[in-house]
Design a binder for this molecule. Structure first.
Ligand code: PLP
Ligand code: COI
Length: 353
């Protein structure tokens, strides 16, 4: 694929690495590519970062026909830049696109777009410990049409944001509220897809939880409101009596790349793993019996985040004295070790620029 590059004539100074926050500043350029039914994907280009022209009747603005991804570029000690399992993001984006009737991307073209774009923005990959360049590929239906029909025009874009920790807590335990009112996904719906609508409908519960001092909500299944699914931006895992238990992927949970990687590491280390439905009653019982040893969320933005407090129906349960557990710390060290090139990449997960 030929990517036309137009350099930004007004490059910005790099943001202060000590105060990055998450997703607040952007790099100098963006990648764009157009789709229509006649030409397929065409006009791949990297242009100066700036507003996108959009028709007021564009399908995405009315019907939320949009999917996205999130991955990071990491700066290693020798100054090089590397990505973590980017092909997994490309494949998941295509799965999400299929669910939303958006056109899929050629895997090689999408990888080329990510790599060429990040290479151009390499200087924006921060150096400070725990920071990275968060990369956001996304796709939306751009045609003007208020009718509900198959998508005829779309845009694929990539932007990037030098970022620090997702939670203000960093690696310190977060407090999570189990959501008992709203639901995020049902079987046959879009739970497994990374589409904007899943996040829009989650915002209300998230805001309610934040007002009460919690970082995010833990979603329960949409039918019985009984089985644990995932946290707003993370998959969730529990260590109960030495066993690792995590909700299985039955279409309502995002198949996290961090989740998949952690399960591979845990399996290699000989842990017993159960991917299955886990009821909130089982969690509460394990908490009350002292059998719930550790709980953590995992995701690209959040990395691995210990859960220190879990609130359910007005009661607050403390996990592991609200301290990071031994296994959570080990998984954090292992994963971030591979991502930042401090540990050998024995799984072939790393793609160097
Ligand atoms: N679940 C949701 C809802 C998410 O938004 C994310 C973040 O991408 C995850 C789980 C974790 O997925 P991954 O590890 O691929 O980032
Ligand atoms: C990610 O981890 O990449 C996410 O998509 C989380 C996002 C909602 C901030």
């Amino acid at each position: 694929m030929d990517i036309k590059v137009t350099k930004n004539p007004n490059p910005q100074p790099k943001p202060d690495e000590n105060n990055l926050g998450f997703g607040l500043t952007y790099t100098d350029h963006m990648f764009l590519m157009d789709y229509n039914r006649e030409e397929g994907w065409h006009n791949a280009r990297i242009v100066p970062f700036g507003p996108l022209p959009i028709h007021p009747a564009a399908v995405v603005l009315h019907y939320a026909t949009e999917v996205f991804e999130g991955l990071k570029a990491y700066r290693t000690a020798d100054g090089a830049v590397q990505l973590f399992r980017p092909i997994e993001n490309v494949r998941r984006m295509n799965n999400s696109a299929e669910r939303m009737c958006l056109p899929t991307l050629d895997e090689d073209d999408a990888m080329q777009a990510i790599l060429e774009f990040v290479k151009l923005e390499e200087d924006f990959v921060p150096h400070k410990d725990g920071t990275s360049l968060y990369i956001r590929p996304y796709m939306f239906a751009s045609e003007a049409n208020l009718g509900l029909h198959g998508i005829k025009e779309a845009v694929f874009a990539i932007i990037a944001s030098p970022s620090g920790s997702y939670y203000a807590e960093g690696i310190n335990p977060v407090s999570i509220m189990i959501e008992t009112e709203d639901v995020r996904a049902v079987r046959g719906g879009t739970g497994f897809a990374k589409c904007g609508g899943n996040y829009a409908c989650s915002t209300r519960a998230g805001e309610r939880a934040e007002k009460l001092g919690y970082s995010q909500v833990l979603w329960l299944d949409g039918v019985h409101q009984k089985y644990v699914e995932e946290v707003g931006s993370m998959n969730v895992m529990f260590k109960i009596n030495g066993k690792i238990i995590t909700p299985d992927l039955i279409g309502t949970v995002l198949p996290g790349i961090t989740r998949k990687s952690i399960l591979e590491v845990l399996r290699e280390e000989g842990y017993e793993i159960e991917e299955r439905r886990i009821s909130v009653d089982e969690i509460i019982e394990a908490l009350e019996n002292g059998e719930l040893e550790e709980a953590w969320g995992c995701g690209t933005a959040a990395v691995i985040s210990p859960v220190g407090k879990l609130a359910y129906n007005g009661k607050v349960y403390v996990i592991n004295d609200c301290k990071i557990g031994e296994l959570t710390q080990h998984l954090y060290d292992t994963l971030t070790g591979i991502q930042w090139g401090k540990l050998p990449d024995t799984h072939n997960w790393i793609v160097k620029l």
